[in-house]
Ligand binder design. Structure first.
Ligand code: PAP
Length: 328
């Protein structure tokens, strides 16, 4: 039986895939400065070891459909918000945003939209049983996505959200301290903390370049712009996903109702997000900290910020991309 949108059906385990992948994984370069996640270098990125079997499974067995929408992000750049907005927008006919029974009122956004690199390890059925159009998510870099998703002939659409690196860093730091219980943040006793899934600038640049090459297939959003103009970005998202708001929906205030349903204050206030936990046993409330742009200034000294900006500027030089919002 098909599962409801965002609902995952049970299925057979896939220990075989995990076992095969583990042989290769143990030979990849190891990084331990991102406690509590050991990272392995793969395809030029430092990825959490625990997600590598899922990556292998996704690349080997994920069967894309032309109507699929994949939400892609670097950790802590707006994943939870984007999942909520896209889920509410895509499924608004079945679940009106103001309805009391809306799935987002009883399940966290991460439970409504599953990660490609984690769900397939549990079961092949997880995605196969979802009705079209399917909404999926990933923290993987573009270059490591399943080939079928990236093929020019594929109908799959990708929505990427990027955020100021300084806010990503601070958000990740505080998340690991709170949600994962690490004393010093992701340092593991060393003096140079690491973020998982990086380097961040390469992650962003890959998706950005693809959004320039195939704008009808890859939509590039910015967290800062979304905080400023949420409703117009939701309209953009709806159009891109192939479900623009009708005149009647506009008159009924549907876009604003979606924005309200998915707002930081509303999601954070829900029982499921105050006291629930996701499939990884991480408390849902750790995905809602402050939800603003520029909070890094309360944690990084001007010198630290300048140092980080320098590194990023250096890496972005000649790319044509800038993290400055309203930039290219
Ligand atoms: P993930 O990659 O682990 O899922 P992600 O959702 O990308 O995390 O990032 C969490 C950040 O999004 C938090 O930022 P902060 O630490 O700077 O506060 C969180 O507060 C913010 N966030 C979560 N939900 C929303 C929302 N509805 N609106 C705006 N920001 C949000």
């Amino acid at each position: 039986m098909a599962a409801a949108p965002g609902e995952v059906s049970g299925g057979q385990g896939n220990g075989g895939v995990t076992a095969i992948a583990e042989l290769t994984i143990s030979s990849l370069p190891l990084e331990t400065r991102c406690a509590p996640f050991p990272l392995r270098q793969h395809g030029g990125f430092w990825l959490p070891e625990t997600f590598l079997p899922g990556l292998e499974a996704a690349r080997a067995r994920f069967e894309p459909r032309p109507s699929d929408v994949l939400l892609a992000s670097f950790p802590k750049s707006g994943t939870t918000w984007l999942k909520a907005l896209a889920f509410a927008t895509l499924n608004r006919a079945a679940y009106p945003p103001s309805g009391e029974g809306h799935p987002l009122r009883r399940r966290g956004p991460h439970d409504c939209v599953q990660f490609l690199e984690s769900a397939l390890v549990v079961s092949d059925d997880m995605f196969a049983s979802l009705p079209s159009p399917r909404l999926l998510s990933t923290h993987l870099p573009y270059s490591l996505l399943p080939e079928g998703v990236k093929a020019d002939s594929s109908g799959c659409r990708i929505v990427y959200i990027c955020r100021d690196p300084k806010d990503v860093l601070v958000s990740w730091w505080l998340f690991t301290k709170k949600a994962l219980g690490t004393q010093d943040g992701p340092t593991n006793g060393g003096n140079k903390p690491m973020l998982s899934n990086g380097p961040y600038w390469r992650h962003v640049l890959e998706y950005w370049a693809e959004s320039k090459r195939r704008p009808q297939k890859v939509l590039f959003l910015r967290y800062e712009e979304m905080t400023r103009e949420t409703t117009s970005n939701v309209r953009k998202l709806a159009e891109f996903m192939g479900c623009p708001f009708s005149g009647e929906e506009e008159a009924d205030g549907v876009p604003d109702a979606i924005v309200g349903l998915c707002s930081f204050d509303h999601l954070r206030s829900l029982e499921v997000n105050r006291n629930g936990a996701n499939d990884f046993n991480i408390k849902n409330d750790s995905f809602y900290r402050k939800g603003v742009a520029g909070d890094w200034a309360n944690y990084l000294s001007p010198e630290m910020a300048a140092q980080l900006d320098l590194v990023i500027d250096d890496e972005l030089r000649s790319s044509g991309f800038s993290f400055a919002t309203g930039g290219r």
